[in-house]
Ligand binder design. Structure first.
Ligand code: MN3
Length: 203
């Protein structure tokens, strides 16, 4: 069974005021599709074949660069699409709100720290809100298509929110203005989806 490109849960133009239609379509049908195709090629005949994506990512040190880059690409984008929404919940509630308030003081303070991580990631990569093995929420940024679930990452845990800061994610609308893209991201980030991811991790 090979990996497949997941369908977007909304239309390509659904987020257009903040993430433009052309970017969404190219990002999904070209970039993400390419990670899926190259991942399927890279695992052929290796012990990764037949394993779940999560299993592969958690044990990524066992595999080569092709599996790391493309497996990460498939995992990261699959998460990214599901936390965006044209009708997002604008703030977290419940246990996630409590965890964020405890760690950073407020949602606004969390956003400032997260924006800093996303804006200062040099070159291509991602910014993350993730849950550590101790059940704490934390912020990380990773290069390329790495993520906190990978065993090679010292900031290790389960991502519940990820922001793609590769230029392909924003260049058509925002050009070199990555901070503007990061600011726009909050308008389409669905905290309900992040809350659901958090609940899956902490039980
Ligand atoms: Mn991308």
């Amino acid at each position: 069974m090979s990996f497949e490109l997941p369908a977007l849960p909304y239309a390509y133009n659904a987020l257009d005021a903040h993430i433009d239609t052309a970017t969404m379509e190219i990002h999904h049908t070209k970039h993400h599709q390419a990670y899926v195709n190259k991942l399927n090629d890279a695992i052929k005949g290796t012990e990764a074949e037949g394993k779940s994506l999560e299993e592969i990512i958690k044990n990524i040190s066992k595999f080569g660069a092709g599996v790391r880059n493309n497996g990460g690409g498939h995992y990261n984008h699959s998460l990214f699409w599901t936390i965006l929404s044209p009708s997002p919940a604008k703030a977290p509630g419940g246990a996630l709100k409590a965890a964020i308030d405890k760690k950073w003081g407020s949602l606004a303070d969390f956003k400032t720290q997260f924006e800093q991580a996303a804006a200062t990631r040099f070159g291509s990569g991602w910014a993350w809100l993730y849950v550590t093995a101790d059940g704490e929420v934390a912020i990380a940024s990773t290069p390329n298509q790495d993520n906190p679930l990978m065993d090679v990452n010292p900031e290790n845990g389960t991502p519940i929110l990820g922001l793609d800061v590769w230029e392909h994610a924003y260049y058509l609308k925002y050009q070199n203005k990555r901070p503007d893209y990061i600011a726009a991201f909050w308008n389409v980030l669905d905290w309900k989806a992040v809350e659901a991811n958090y609940a899956k991790v902490v039980g």
